[in-house]
Write a protein that binds this ligand. Structure first.
Ligand code: FES
Ligand code: FES
Length: 160
């Protein structure tokens, strides 16, 4: 076992971990942060995505030991002052949530995209979501949810 500190949702966790444990395992099994889903465990579905230093990453495919003192956000940490943030609300309002299993990963991917590009084209949205699998929605409403997020964030930025 080794000692590391993870900064998750702005909270510091001093942990003793097996160097072979993935971040997803640590989140779900040690910290009970179960919003990040274990869909495939092989980096193919995006259900386990978290933000690491602002970038969307599959937490099943990264070892926790490599994340000492990195800033990590899970879906549980995205609310704004206790309310859902704009992207979370947009997914609900666009009807982009059915069973919801893929939704945390979709929202994290959207946040990661918007951190890099605050006005993505539809092509860029589709490309960003390429690693996120949804078995329910057919993706149309998910793409609409990302577009709605962009529009609302622009309105907020422009004080409308
Ligand atoms: S569980 Fe990580 S990509 Fe599927
Ligand atoms: S809403 Fe069910 S997998 Fe996407």
């Amino acid at each position: 076992m080794i000692r590391i500190t993870l900064i998750i949702n702005k909270q510091r966790y001093a942990l003793s971990i097996n160097p072979k444990w993935t971040l997803l395992y640590v989140l779900r099994e040690l910290l009970s942060l179960t919003g990040s889903k274990n869909g495939c465990g092989t980096g193919d579905c995006g259900a386990c995505k978290v933000l690491i230093e602002g970038e969307a990453v599959n937490s099943c495919s990264i070892l926790a030991k490599n994340l000492d003192n990195k800033n990590i956000f899970t879906i549980e940490g995205l609310n704004s002052n206790g309310s859902l943030n704009i992207v979370q609300k947009s997914f609900i309002d666009a009807g982009a949530v059915q069973c919801g299993f893929c939704t945390p990963g979709m929202i994290i991917t959207t946040m990661g995209l918007l951190n890099k590009n605050n006005n993505p084209s539809e092509e860029e949205i589709v490309e960003a979501l390429d690693n996120n699998i949804c078995r329910c929605t057919g993706y149309i409403k998910i793409i609409q949810a990302v577009k709605l997020s962009v529009a609302r964030l622009m309105e907020e930025k422009n004080g409308l």
